[in-house]
Write a protein that binds this ligand. Structure first.
Ligand code: BT5
Length: 255
């Protein structure tokens, strides 16, 4: 169970995930959150970069000590975290984001948040897990290569004349995470969360392109199973897509 959340904030770090890893190795308690104004080496999945060079976005990571979680259930934590970010954006700002499985939140067809879960084993068991969340909040401009597919809270709230607040949103995200994580931990699967998750799943029932490292094919996204894996239909045959080194895209653009 996740009970106590402790917050620390730094102006600039390399990566909040890496700061948490250091603290985890020094035996910090679960529930520690490290946030930073900017990151000099923000990370995405499989060596990709996460842009967070200005004080406009949230870069925040939590340490989990999931002694009670099996290795298999770790990727599901990303799926749980995505629900938390979606929930916080909805509660605070009325923004109705969609979850692009497994680790993005999208609004208006563009990415507003990315999540990176990492872990380390010790003696064959999960020693610690880091859940890292990046959310664009005040950003109005993005590097050229992502400008077409990135958005921020402020850009989404422009039409109603409102703005986001990084501190407030960070706390709301981790409070929501606590709620969903504690439901997840009881069963170690998505059985208590699946229905809500699927109601916000981007491309549910629609055609998607599965891009793995060695092949790429079209399918229809059907939903998730209790492990948080994506169920797709390929020519009438059900296939399970595991979190990991795949991207799932709608066939008409980024989402
Ligand atoms: C992710 O990877 O989306 C995971 C991002 C996790 C970032 C957080 S910030 C706190 C913590 N500390 C870290 O060092 N990381 C975590 P992936 O699905 O691989 O997507 C990466 C791709 O998203 C990049 O290749 C770009 O195309 C795009 N991207 C990069 N920065 C972006 C941004 N600020 N907004 C929208 N898209 C972005």
């Amino acid at each position: 169970m996740l009970n106590q959340i402790t917050y620390e904030y730094y102006d600039t770090v390399d990566s909040t995930n890496d700061r948490i890893k250091d603290r985890a190795r020094q035996n910090a308690d679960g529930g520690l959150v490290i946030s930073a104004g900017t990151q000099t080496a923000g990370k995405g999945r499989i060596g990709r970069k996460w842009e967070s060079p200005t004080h406009d976005s949230i870069s925040t990571s939590m340490l989990l000590r999931p002694e009670e979680i099996s290795l298999d259930a770790i990727p599901t934590i990303t799926v749980v975290a995505a629900m938390a970010v979606r929930d916080a954006l909805s509660r605070l700002y009325g923004l109705d984001g969609q979850i692009k499985w497994p680790n993005d939140i999208v609004l208006d067809g563009k990415k507003i948040c990315g999540i990176l879960t990492e872990m380390e084993l010790k003696e064959g068991k999960v020693w610690y897990v880091v859940v890292g969340i990046g959310v664009n909040v005040h950003n109005r401009q993005f590097p050229e290569d992502i400008a077409f597919k990135a958005t921020s809270v402020d850009l989404q709230l422009e039409s109603v004349g409102k703005q986001g607040h990084r501190g407030e949103l960070t706390k709301a995200i981790w409070e929501s995470f606590k709620k969903y994580y504690n439901i997840f931990i009881q069963t170690q699967d998505m059985s208590g969360l699946k229905e809500e998750y699927e109601s916000h799943l981007a491309n549910c029932g629609q055609r998607v392109r599965i891009e793995a490292q060695d092949n790429s094919y079209e399918a229809t996204a059907m939903g998730i199973n209790n492990r948080g894996e994506l169920i797709v239909d390929v020519d009438g045959e059900e296939r399970i897509i595991r979190t990991g080194e795949v991207s799932v895209r709608g066939i008409y653009g980024y989402v």
